[in-house]
Design a protein. Structure first.
Length: 441
């Protein structure tokens, strides 16, 4: 065997599952003070272990069976009724990510994602546009904040979006357990502002905020970011009128007014097929208020293959280079990677809960499970340098190894049949109840 091939095989076989287990236990120790009793903490650990397992579908039933419990009652109690504070665990999650990835030049990225749902009783659900489906669907939407730094990235906060059909119906809100203080309608940019304000109040080290057109179009959000002395690179629609020194001009008119020499080719970062090169131009914009001493620009991205343009409104407290703005713009896609990993690897979208408290508890633990994968993977990269002939270990690959070496549990015929009976009995009772409701109508 060649030396490089031997090194690759050695790297694959020299993993340290004991270290991975210790890291997972350390995460549970971190959140332990948020629980008044041991049982809910144990169930939280089981739920997180199930979330990062290789289960195709992750909910209280499937996870309880996977973890060897006789029923899902403990996990359901954890989400619905047990005494613990999901917001305090969220703060622990944020601190965990910052301790691992904290960097003064980090980017805070805001975006929303939707989960398609059936029925109308799940908190926040209505027919609305969701990018997940790419169309209007019966769905639940939430705004998230990702922390992106050179060493890694992970979700650190969340806010469930409540449409007016909910906030204007106090009885519906009460049925879903929504606190009175949360029953005021808030747009997605206002929720994003809440997440950013909370991160800044906690002393999160960062220099930039990035987001898509929903957030770039909101002047109050932009002002709030500037108030925190953060820069931003926020996408805007092509029809937005921008305050240039020559007057207000639609963004999509600007490319035709620029001479060829202003365009510069820069990479927006590495993609799956190599560096993502585009042509870029930037134009000074006027300040948005009299007290503002920073620098404003519109950043224009041109795809030289398709001829398509994208527009980003930028601000920096101090002068920066074009390359710096391009680099921040390229980081916006980190939140898409966070969504993909949190859904595909940790089941953040697979909850089968309807009420406010249960949603926040499931979502927070799923975010923490995803953060564990991201942090443990970074530690693995630092501890075991990648040999020639292999790519760096990815979060996906780390999860696969963690599941195979630590989480796989043995089942006997007796336990499998017991779960089969439990599911069928529960489904029988649910069917009988459904039939009775139909008869009474």
């Amino acid at each position: 065997m060649k030396t490089t091939e031997y090194a690759a095989v050695t790297a694959v076989t020299s993993v340290n599952p004991d270290r991975w287990q210790a890291e997972f236990s350390a995460v549970l120790d971190r959140i332990a003070p948020r629980f008044t009793r041991y049982e809910p903490l144990r169930h939280a650990g089981e739920l997180m272990a199930g979330m990062i397992s290789g289960l195709d579908r992750k909910n209280c039933w499937t996870i309880a069976e996977h973890r060897g419990n006789t029923t899902p009652d403990g996990l359901q109690h954890l989400l619905a009724r047990a005494s613990w504070d999901a917001d305090a665990v969220r703060d622990d999650l944020r601190d965990y990510v910052i301790e691992a990835f904290g960097d003064p030049g980090a980017v805070l990225i805001v975006d929303e994602t939707g989960d398609v749902k059936k029925g109308t009783r799940t908190v926040g659900v209505q027919r609305q546009y969701t990018g997940t489906a790419g169309r209007i669907e019966n769905s639940q939407v939430a705004v998230y904040l990702t922390y992106a730094a050179p060493r890694g990235h992970a979700l650190i906060d969340r806010a469930l979006y409540l449409p007016k059909s909910w906030t204007e119906d106090p009885d519906r809100c009460a049925d879903a357990g929504i606190p009175t203080a949360k029953q005021t309608f808030a747009t997605k940019p206002l929720l994003a502002r809440e997440l950013i304000d909370r991160a800044m109040a906690a002393g999160v080290p960062a220099a930039w905020v990035a987001g898509d057109e929903v957030y770039g179009a909101h002047p109050q959000l932009r002002a709030a970011i500037r108030g925190h002395q953060l820069g931003y690179v926020l996408a805007i629609a092509a029809n937005r009128r921008l305050p240039t020194p020559a007057g207000k001009i639609r963004a999509d008119r600007l490319p035709g007014m620029l001479p060829p020499w202003v365009w510069q080719k820069h990479s927006a970062g590495a993609g799956s097929h190599g560096q993502r090169y585009y042509s870029w131009a930037w134009i000074d914009l006027l300040a948005e208020d009299d007290t503002d001493t920073g620098r404003h620009h519109v950043l224009i991205r041109r795809n030289d293959t398709t001829g398509e343009y994208a527009y980003l409104r930028c601000y920096s407290p101090r002068p920066v280079t074009l390359h710096t703005l391009v680099t921040v713009a390229g980081q916006r896609w980190r939140i898409e990677e966070s969504f993909q990993a949190a859904k595909g690897l940790a089941g953040i979208d697979q909850h089968q809960v309807r009420r406010w408290t249960s949603w926040h508890r499931w979502t927070t633990l799923a975010m923490l499970a995803h953060a564990f994968l991201a942090v443990a993977c970074a530690i693995e990269r630092d501890t075991a340098p990648t040999p020639t002939g292999l790519i760096m270990v990815t979060v996906n690959e780390f999860r696969r190894l963690f599941d195979a070496l630590i989480l796989v549990t043995g089942h006997t015929i007796t336990s499998l049949l017991a779960w089969s009976r439990w599911r069928r009995r529960h489904q029988y009772r649910a069917r009988q109840s459904h039939y009775k409701r139909r008869e009474n109508h």
